[in-house]
Design a protein around this ligand. Structure first.
Ligand SMILES: [Zn+2]
Length: 173
């Protein structure tokens, strides 16, 4: 998954040939870790503007990579900057963070049992729109690109966006 995402960034790196091989190899290396992130997010979904634990998890992983991390963006959003070793443009990669007020039906070991409050009602909460995979992939991309910092021409901005599904009534998002 990471491989395809990162190939879009080819123009940003110094030596293109090396880049493809390195991305491929690293994506294979961290595959299980990224799958683990996805399952964690899937099992712990949070509704729009309530992505508090999700934001903490994301920010911790990004800080551990040594990135410049900003939290509380648009309430629960997280933004990290990777400054490359060479001058160049800034490119943003984005993932959404929130889950939906729908029940989990799949009998998975990492199925969601989460509940939340949505417009005054208690509801089941589930990542039914793929935001769990988006976040896992973006964390994977951040990890791979961080190892290439010195070859990157420019800056990569990782944006974890809250409330993509729409903020609850009466809130901004
Ligand atoms: Zn969505």
């Amino acid at each position: 998954m990471n491989k395809y995402l990162l190939l879009c960034l080819l123009p940003l790196v110094a030596s293109a040939q090396n880049y493809v091989a390195r991305v491929s190899q690293m994506a294979d290396q961290i595959d299980q870790k990224v799958i683990g992130y996805r399952r964690h997010f899937h099992q712990n979904p949070e509704l729009s503007n309530r992505e508090v634990e999700t934001a903490k998890f994301v920010a911790d992983k990004l800080k551990a990579l040594g990135l410049e991390v900003q939290t509380g963006v648009a309430k629960t959003g997280v933004v990290a900057l990777l400054k490359g070793g060479k001058p160049g443009p800034c490119v943003a990669l984005r993932a959404d963070m929130d889950a939906l007020p729908v029940p989990e039906r799949a009998p998975l070991p990492f199925a969601s049992k989460a509940k939340g409050e949505y417009n005054g009602q208690e509801v089941p909460v589930m990542h039914a729109c793929g935001h769990d995979t988006h976040m896992a992939m973006l964390l994977g991309a951040a990890e791979i690109l961080t190892t290439m910092r010195k070859d990157i021409k420019g800056t990569v901005k990782f944006i974890f966006q809250p409330a993509e599904e729409g903020a609850p009534r009466g809130e901004e998002g």
